[in-house]
Design a protein. Structure first.
Length: 255
């Protein structure tokens, strides 16, 4: 199968590309590095020639609601339009568990707009919602650490390995039409506090840094602290646990 991965060099996209190639599929990575501008649509139709499924793992590099919404909707419109023109049969979209339960958070509102834009297009869609990645604490550390101090939001999460989410996205992409779901949700096996996970990353790296908890304001901040991002009962759980993951090779590529 010929599969295109939008954002194929990103945190999850690179694992989709790797998993698809390992499974013997013909993989096309859609990014500026490969000559495709997803926001403008430049080079997209040519890149999608012969593609059967698109996996969208793109990420807006901002939490501003308007800017992130513009990014996601523009990219999705181009993927849908060009995909339909080239006969693509399925668009698989990576999204986030609990979007509706965290009010007032601009990035989550943008992701909801992302989902709506995808579902409004002519190509059939499967949405795969995942909880925060095991990579998430290290990502936040890289953005908030100044000298020996790092600020970390108080969040109750149930993180999952990005590598394994990539495998789930591939499974959704290659599923026969009769077995496709409109939406899937996946999560890691254990709940944890984001601050504790960040401190574990600091220890594992052998760094000297103080992780300072921060309470995010408003209803959204309260929802994050009290489990608004946790999955509902019956969600598909996939390992490894965070404590197992942190001993593996993927931490070294974050931050």
């Amino acid at each position: 199968m010929r599969i295109a991965v939008a954002g194929g060099t990103g945190v999850v996209g690179k694992f989709v590309v790797q998993a698809a190639a390992d499974a013997g599929h013909d993989v096309v990575s859609l990014s500026r590095r490969t000559g495709v501008d997803l926001r403008r649509g430049d080079g997209l139709a040519d890149a999608l020639r012969g593609v059967e499924v698109i996996v969208d793992t793109t990420n807006a590099e901002t939490t501003n609601r308007d800017k992130a919404t513009a990014f996601f909707t523009e990219v999705t419109r181009h993927l849908q339009t060009a995909g339909a023109g080239e006969g693509v049969g399925l668009l698989v979209v990576l999204s986030i568990v609990g979007l509706e339960r965290v009010p007032g958070f601009g990035y989550y509102e943008a992701k909801l707009a992302h989902e709506r834009a995808a579902l409004a297009g002519p190509v059939p869609v499967t949405i795969v919602r995942a909880t925060q990645f095991h990579e998430f604490p290290a990502q936040i550390l890289s953005r908030t650490q100044h000298g020996p101090i790092a600020l970390m939001p108080r969040m109750r999460i149930q993180p999952v390995a990005a590598r394994n989410v990539g495998q789930v996205l591939l499974e959704a992409a290659v599923a026969p039409p009769s077995a496709r779901a409109a939406r899937l949700e996946v999560a890691g096996p254990e709940q944890a506090d984001l601050v504790s996970l960040a401190r574990a990353v600091v220890r594992r790296r052998g760094e000297r840094a103080w992780v300072i908890p921060v309470r995010l304001p408003g209803k959204g901040g309260k929802a994050m602290r009290t489990g608004g991002q946790l999955p509902a009962p019956g969600v598909r759980l996939i390992g490894p646990s965070f404590s197992e993951w942190i001993e593996g090779p993927d931490l070294a590529s974050v931050g």
